[in-house]
Write a protein that binds this ligand. Structure first.
Ligand code: FDP
Length: 330
């Protein structure tokens, strides 16, 4: 028989090795329990009538699915009972969710990302970033930039995979076993050799990107395979394993100017910064439309959007050269 190390065993050793407390384990147990619970609802979603619309719109004006509500309720339940969370920012809640002023962590999450896949039961993501309160002095509860996260992770639901990055301790992939435990920590390091690299972006939008980005794509796309699933966690799961780049550029040339998104589409705190943090721990990089590292962007509001270029350093640096051009031709 072969027994694999569980995620909790792995984290326990990690905390012990670094002489840290067990508070973080309690938080991680809550997030993992939430993900498993969401996964079960998702697997039976079509049969139970949970894959349809809920009949409301969220803070971003997008249709809310019944599964979005279920995933939000489940996650908040586990975060509350953990007793370790001061406040949470969730895609599904306009306001910051105040949980326990005596808590130790801030959690930024999207409980079900990739809504166009929901109706089909195809991969979606549960993504989260974790930051810690200031233990040295008074806490001001400010929204943390990615650089201040201590961990970030994503579950690709319903595939039984979990990717977790720990500050200065790498990015790790786990798989679910027959007892519903995430096991077998395997370190992820972006491959340097470009042979497996892939590009991932919504090609239908390509003519709406800035001219330098369009030119970069034209000059480079033939060198790599192209894949697009339409859920950030699932697409980035491939990017961080195979190398290459996922991009969701700013939309600045839409034929209907009202549909332009100069700030980008993805949400900084619980999408872009999460994958940027994981990517950085796997040896990669991530920048926004101005070429600034995503991890350095200080959020001004919880639901701030960002353009995103994330993946292998060489590619991100290369496209960054186009983004930081003094006067990008829009
Ligand atoms: P969705 O709108 O379907 O919820 O930010 C959400 C997100 O999915 C990401 O998961 C995904 O990468 C991207 O948006 C997909 O957007 P497009 O449909 O414009 O490609």
């Amino acid at each position: 028989m072969q027994f694999e190390e569980t995620v909790m065993g792995f984290l326990l050793h990690h905390q012990e090795k670094h002489h840290r407390t067990y508070h973080f384990l309690i938080l991680m147990d809550a997030l993992i329990s939430a993900a498993k619970h969401i996964e079960q609802y998702y697997l039976t979603g079509a049969l139970k009538g949970n894959v349809g619309l809920a009949g409301s719109v969220n803070v971003h004006g997008e249709d809310v699915f019944r599964m979005d509500q279920i995933a939000q309720e489940i996650t908040l339940h586990y975060l509350r009972v953990s007793g370790r969370v001061i406040h949470a920012v969730s895609e599904e809640s306009e306001e910051i969710v105040q949980i326990n002023p005596e808590g130790r962590y801030f959690v930024y999450f999207d409980p079900l990302d990739g809504s166009s896949n929901v109706r089909h039961g195809l991969p979606v993501g549960f993504m989260f970033g974790v930051a810690k309160r200031n233990l040295e002095g008074p806490e001001d509860n400010h929204l943390r930039a990615g650089r201040e996260y201590i961990a970030a992770g994503m579950f690709v639901i319903p595939t039984g995979t979990f990717t977790l990055a720990l500050k200065d301790a790498g990015a790790w992939r786990f798989h679910i076993d027959e007892t519903m435990q995430f096991v077998k920590p395997t370190r992820i390091v972006l491959p340097e050799d470009g042979t497996s690299w892939e590009l991932s972006f919504n090609s239908a939008n390509r003519h709406t990107y800035s001219k330098p980005v369009q030119n970069w794509i034209t000059q480079n796309e033939a060198k790599y395979a192209f894949r697009y699933i339409g859920a950030l966690a699932a697409d980035f799961h491939r990017t961080v394993s195979n190398g290459g780049m996922f991009l969701y550029p700013a939309i600045v040339n839409h034929p209907d100017p009202k549909k332009n998104r100069p700030q980008g589409k993805l949400r900084l705190m619980y999408e872009a910064a999460v994958v940027a943090f994981i990517c950085s721990e796997a040896g990669g990089a991530a920048v926004d439309e101005t070429g600034r590292s995503i991890l350095d962007v200080q959020p001004k509001n919880p639901h701030q959007r960002s353009a995103l270029y994330v993946g292998s350093k060489r590619l991100v640096e290369d496209i960054r050269g186009s983004l930081t051009m003094p006067n990008p031709l829009i």
